[in-house]
Design a protein around this ligand. Structure first.
Ligand code: HEC
Length: 268
C-alpha cells in the first residue's frame, strides 16, 4: 500500500508539473494579450487543480501510513526536528504543499466566479504563479526522481558476503557510526531506536539476538551485513522497503565490521 502510494506520488508529480507550466503560461499569455477569458481558458488550470488535488491525497496517504518517514517524525518530535530528512517530510514539505494546493483551488474558483475579465485573468495568473514557486521550491529534488516499484531492489554494493570482510569490528566505534550522518545519508539513528520502539524502521534493541533468527541458515553477522548493504533483500514484516541502499557504497570495510559488532551487542 505504502509503496504503491509512493510510486504514484513520485510519478504524478510530473503531471502536476506539466499542467502547472501550462496553467501559468496560459494565464500570463492571456494577461498579456488582454483577450476575453472564456470557459476554455480555465482548462489548463483545471488540469493543474485536479492533478495537484490527486497529489495531495496521495501525499496524505504517505503522511498517515505507519511506514512513512512522517509518522516516524511524529513518533519522536525532538529527534525529528534535528534531522533534516524527517523535518522536511514531517513538516516543511506537507505544510508548504498544503498552502500551494489551497492557492490553486482558490485561484481556480475565484477566476471562475470573478465578475470582470480582468479579475478572471488576475486570479488565475497570480494564484497559479505563487503556487508554482512554492511547489518548485519544496519538491525534494534530491530524492529518487524516478522511483521503481521493484520491491526487491538490487543494490550494487561492493560487499554482500560476510566472508569478504576481514578483521575485527570495534563496537564502540560502531556506536558512533550509528549516530552520525554518513556521506549525506541519514544516520541509522534517524530511523532506528536502540530500544524496541518503532521509529521509521524497527527498533534494534534486541537485534543482537533476532539477527540470527530472521533467515534460516543465515548467521547473525551475514544477516546484519545484508540488512545494511542490501536492505531490500529481506524486508521486516510490517515495514516498507525504504531504507537507503547506498550504505554498502559509502561505508568502508572497517566501518561495516564496526557497525555489525555494535549491533551484535544490542540484546535485551
Ligand atoms: C530512512 C530510514 C532508515 C535508515 C537511515 C536506516 N534504516 Fe535500517 N531499516 C529501515 C527500515 C524501514 C527497515 C525495515 C524494512 C527492511 O527490512 O528493509 C530497516 C531494517 C533494518 C535492519 C533489520 C532489522 C530487523 O529487525 O531485522 C537492520 C539491522 C538495519 N535496518 C540497520 C540499519 C543500520 C545499521 C543503518 C545505518 C547504517 C540503518 N539501518 C539506516 C529504515 C532505515
Amino acid at each position: 500500500m505504502y509503496d504503491i502510494a509512493l510510486f504514484l506520488h513520485s510519478y504524478n508529480r510530473w503531471l502536476v508539473l506539466f499542467f502547472m507550466v501550462a496553467a501559468v503560461g496560459h494565464a500570463w499569455w492571456r494577461m498579456y494579450r488582454q483577450t476575453e477569458w472564456t470557459e476554455r481558458d480555465a482548462l489548463p488550470g483545471t488540469g493543474f487543480r485536479m492533478t495537484a488535488n490527486l497529489q495531495f491525497l496521495l501525499g496524505l496517504a504517505l503522511y498517515l501510513l505507519p511506514q512513512g518517514l512522517a509518522r516516524g517524525a511524529w513518533r519522536d518530535l525532538g529527534a525529528a526536528m534535528e534531522v533534516e530528512e524527517l523535518r522536511f517530510f514531517g513538516f516543511e514539505h506537507p505544510l508548504a504543499m498544503f498552502i500551494a494546493i489551497g492557492l490553486i483551488n482558490t485561484g481556480w474558483q475565484r477566476s471562475k466566479e470573478a465578475d470582470s475579465q480582468k479579475g478572471k485573468r488576475r486570479w488565475a495568473a497570480g494564484a497559479y504563479t505563487i503556487a508554482a514557486l512554492i511547489i518548485l521550491m519544496m519538491i525534494p529534488w534530491w530524492r529518487p526522481i524516478a522511483r521503481s516499484l521493484n520491491l526487491d531492489s538490487e543494490s550494487d554494493s561492493r560487499i554482500t558476503d560476510i566472508s569478504q570482510l576481514e578483521g575485527e569490528g570495534d563496537a564502540d566505534n560502531g556506536k558512533n557510526i550509528f549516530r552520525e550522518s554518513i556521506d549525506g545519508q541519514p544516520s541509522c539513528e534517524t530511523c532506528h531506536t536502540t530500544d524496541n520502539s518503532r521509529r521509521v524502521g524497527p527498533g534494534l534493541g534486541n537485534i543482537g539476538t533476532t539477527a540470527g533468527e530472521r533467515v534460516s541458515g543465515q548467521s547473525a553477522e551475514q544477516y546484519l551485513l545484508s540488512s545494511i548493504v542490501e536492505p531490500g533483500k529481506y524486508v521486516v514484516d510490517g515495514y516498507s522497503n525504504i531504507m537507503p541502499t547506498k550504505f554498502g557504497d559509502v561505508l568502508s570495510d572497517q566501518q561495516l565490521l564496526d557497525l555489525i559488532a555494535y549491533l551484535l551487542t544490542l540484546r535485551e
